[in-house]
Design a protein around this ligand. Structure first.
Ligand code: ADP
Ligand code: ASP
Ligand code: MG
Length: 814
């Protein structure tokens, strides 16, 4: 005999019930079958809600029951279009009437006992199973409907009744032995106590009913038919790329279900495991899929980890106190107190100092736990031996499950490193000595991220999803987005990084999409998005709490920089094209770098100096390999280089500056470039990265712009430059008369940073620097005679975007 169980979604509508019927007919052709059915999807919840409504004294239960009735009657009508539905429709109507009377009683006394609730709930399974039995009969398939309450005997613990297996097994065998048919249809979930009152086996308990029958009947197989194609490597509602598990052992399946894999009700495995009956989890909606086979030993060639699960609504109890150390009996008393109060302990950890015991329980028992434990230890608390029980809620338990973990080292290391890199704090850890399960308690708000990150780490083809938020979609930002669209597949193929832009912001609007912004249409989507500030954008990043998040700042705004600390504290990496942070007060710069280190995030700003040229990272590599920077000489302003390379007296200085601005080589206000402020910021950043504590006002700046040019708007500035043409011409002519050229040079030497316009001869290192090129010379202990030279285009949106891109890849791979 086989036992087949169909879950709520399998009997969710007339259409799906017909699929169930097909499967039952096919399977029962070759072997006798017992078919166990759940209530139609949502029915148990709706019945509970009706009872609770009545308990509140609210007659809204009438409408709720009417909806339940309507749903069933409509399904019956569709299932029996030829009108052969009278007996079962009558049954629904009369039972609903009974429930109305029951609920009216509940409303009057304002009390819903577990016993009454069980009676109300039995409606769901009884009706669904009767529908299936009637339809099979109508199609000419002889079957017998049997009320499981007459077979499964339990104690009177309503809601979570405990099965009396001796009596139950006897009844099942008597029934099956005496029955003439080979197709039995039974309601799941319900049973009865010795007085004949209806009991239930716990939410999701129809699986258990089926397992009890399978074990009693020594069935050849138990099939659990549900709405997914087997047990998966993680909850498919949490993780997108879950994989079906083809084979799994009883113990692994048990661990997974105990730790949250809802696909099987946890007690289900025990009875079938004891009898060695294989369990097959199958999909009603895709019956040809292989499904998952659960057996004593697994023949599959799975990796180390079989699955990842989580349980929400966990409360952590901490019993602490110096008085506990070395004295036996505290944990016994703690667990006795919890057990007397029927509080289920899910996880336990005790540090070897014995100073504290940490226990995880379900959130709904938190208040009761506090009361009973404090009562138990009232004396010890009063004399200060231990502290009152500490109760903290809002947690989840995350579990990695797999028999093969035993033979492998490094699983927990990988688990905790992965969680740490994503800023997920671990409150407590437990690993059973069976080494089949490693569990960690984390904040519930992190659970989705944690399951996804771990799933990627243990089950993906090696690719890693990187979630990118970009603030600023101006010239550089839009080029970056172009590059991201073009390079996506290549980066995925070559580096196994799945770069996904999940948020964009300009100064007025935010566009957030967890599934990824469409890079072909983002301009329009951002334009039509709701108004939102950058602060809202960064708050949203924290709220979304996505794994491997990177925030890219391609603005020039101090407001955006203000959000860096809170992002770093959530382990979000920051890639700044914006120079404000690295050139701010030294303490602020330092504290951002420290935060990044502390929270395992990256804070990169390569493009702050020399656009896409690898200057800052090269400097870092020199220092990390033990070199020491003595002197830096640099042409760091592509703008000023462009301006002085093109200013030859044939046209006014102002025109050359205008051209530089038109071609996108200047800051929006070109004075930031021409006053040397921008170059000063860059040499300041290099000096700091070389290990110096230095502030902006310590950078010596010899201006070449007349002070009159500094006043007014950008247009006033252009006008004033024209007025001052003679001044610029004199600078040029003086240099030319010596056979020299003008170059704007930044230097750093022995703790002193300087910027200014210099006139250099033809032999100077920078003499042949053309166009908008930048060059940096590092004189170090190792490069003492001939400097290390980095030279190339130091401005322009494309190279800058490419530099940001490179920073992003570096952050993603670390
Ligand atoms: P049924 O009504 O058939 O008993 P359930 O809703 O109780 O179905 O269980 C099936 C659901 O379990 C799936 O739809 C899925 O969302 C959820 N689930 C959670 N974890 C897992 C997992 N590891 N593998 C498969 N399904 C899972
Ligand atoms: N109908 C019950 C529930 O929803 C039992 C089950 O479906 O397994 O919990
Ligand atoms: Mg279920």
């Amino acid at each position: 005999m086989k036992v087949l169980k169909f879950g709520g979604s399998s009997v969710g509508s007339a259409e799906t019930i017909l699929k169930v019927i097909d499967i039952v007919i096919r399977e029962s052709e070759s072997t006798p079958c017992a078919v166990v059915l759940s209530a139609m999807q949502g029915t148990t919840d709706a019945l509970i809600e009706a009872g609770r409504t009545a308990e509140r004294g609210d007659d809204g239960y009438i409408e709720r029951l009417a909806n339940i009735s309507e749903n069933h009657l409509q399904t019956i009508q569709r299932l029996f279009p030829d009108g052969d539905s009278l007996p079962i429709s009558d049954f629904v109507e009369s039972t609903i009437k009974e429930l109305e009377n029951l609920c009216e009683g509940v409303r009057l006394v304002r009390e819903l006992s577990a016993k009454t609730l069980d009676r109300i709930l039995s409606f769901g399974e009884i009706v669904s199973s009767k529908m299936v039995a009637a339809k099979l009969a109508e199609l000419g398939h002889d079957n017998e409907w049997k009320d499981s309450r007459l077979l499964i005997r339990t104690n009177s613990n309503h809601g979570f009744a405990v099965v009396d297996f001796d009596e139950t097994n006897k009844r099942i065998n008597d029934y099956l032995g005496g029955s003439k048919t080979s197709l039995h249809i039974l309601p799941g979930f319900i049973a009865s106590d010795s007085a004949g009152y209806t009991t239930t086996l716990g939410r999701g308990g129809s699986d258990y009913t089926a397992a009890i029958i399978a074990a009693a009947a020594d069935a050849e197989m138990l099939e659990i038919w549900t709405d997914v194609s087997g047990m998966m490597t993680a909850d498919p509602r949490f993780v997108k790329n879950v994989k079906e598990i083809s084979h799994i052992t009883y113990r692994e399946a048990m661990e997974l279900s105990h730790f949250g894999a809802k696909v099987i009700y946890p007690p289900t495995i025990q009875p079938v495991m004891a009898k060695g009956i294989p369990v097959l989890v199958k999909n009603t909606f895709s019956p040809d899929d292989a499904g998952t086979l659960i057996e004593a030993t697994s023949s599959g060639t799975a990796g180390i980890i079989r699955g990842i699960t989580s349980i929400d609504k966990i409360t952590v109890l901490n019993l602490e106190g110096g008085g506990m150390v070395g004295i036996p009996g505290f944990s016994k008393r703690l667990f006795d107190a919890l057990s007397r109060a029927e509080i289920n302990v899910i996880l336990i950890t005790q540090s070897s100092s014995e100073h504290s015991i940490c226990v995880a329980i379900e959130e709904r028992s938190a208040e009761k736990a506090k009361r009973v434990v404090d009562e138990e230890f009232a004396y010890e608390i009063s004399v200060g031996k231990i502290d009152p029980l500490k109760v903290e809620s809002g947690f989840s338990i995350l579990a990695l499950v797999g028999d093969n973990m035993r033979e492998h080292t490094g699983v927990s290391g990988k688990m905790f490193t992965t969680l740490g890199q994503n800023g997920i704090n671990i409150h407590a850890i437990a690993q059973g000595s069976s080494e089949r399960n490693i569990s960690a308690i984390i904040a519930s708000r992190d659970v989705r991220k944690a399951v996804n990150t771990l799933h990627e780490e243990f089950f993906s083809d090696g690719s890693k999803q990187i979630n990118i938020y970009i603030a600023g979609v101006g010239t550089v930002g839009s080029r970056l987005l172009d590059q991201l669209a073009r390079q996506h597949d290549h980066v995925l193929d070559d580096m196994r990084l799945n770069l996904r832009v999940v948020g964009l912001a300009n100064s007025r609007r935010n566009l957030i999409s967890e599934d990824g912004v469409d890079l072909a249409t983002y301009i329009h989507e951002l334009e039509t998005a709701d108004d939102a500030t950058v602060e809202q954008f960064t708050d949203q990043i924290i709220y979304n709490n996505l794994r491997n998040s990177i925030f890219v700042d391609v603005t020039a705004s101090p407001d955006v920089v203000a959000a860096y600390p809170k992002l770093l504290k959530k382990s979000v990496s920051i890639i700044a094209c914006n120079k404000v942070a690295a050139s701010a007060r030294y303490d602020d710069y330092r504290s951002l770098k420290d935060l990044a280190r502390e929270y395992g995030a990256n804070f990169f700003f390569e493009t702050n100096v020399g656009a896409g040229l690898p200057i800052i990272h090269t400097l870092g590599d020199l220092l990390r390999s033990g070199d020491r920077v003595r002197r830096i000489e640099a042409v760091l302003s592509g703008t000023l280089n462009f301006v002085f390379n093109n200013y030859d007296g044939s046209r006014p200085f102002a025109d050359v500056v205008r051209q530089a601005q038109d071609e996108g080589y200047t800051e929006p206000d070109p004075r930031l470039d021409l006053t040397g402020t921008d170059v000063a910021r860059k040499i300041l950043i290099l000096a700091r990265e070389a290990g110096n504590v230095i502030e902006m006002d310590e950078v010596e700046n010899r201006p070449f712009l007349p002070t009159s040019c500094l006043e007014g708007s950008v247009e006033d500035f252009y006008r004033e430059m024209s007025v001052q043409e003679a001044h610029f011409r004199t600078l040029l002519d003086n240099a030319a008369s010596r056979g020299e050229k003008l170059k704007y040079i930044a230097s750093y030497d022995d703790g002193q940073a300087r910027v200014g316009l210099e006139s250099i001869g033809p032999d100077h290192n920078f003499a042949n620097l053309s166009g908008k090129d930048n060059a940096v010379l590092f004189y170090t202990d190792r490069y003492s005679e001939q400097p290390l030279v980095i030279k190339g285009a130091g401005a322009g949106a494309d190279v800058t975007a490419a530099g940001v891109f490179a920073d992003m890849i570096r952050a993603a791979r670390s």
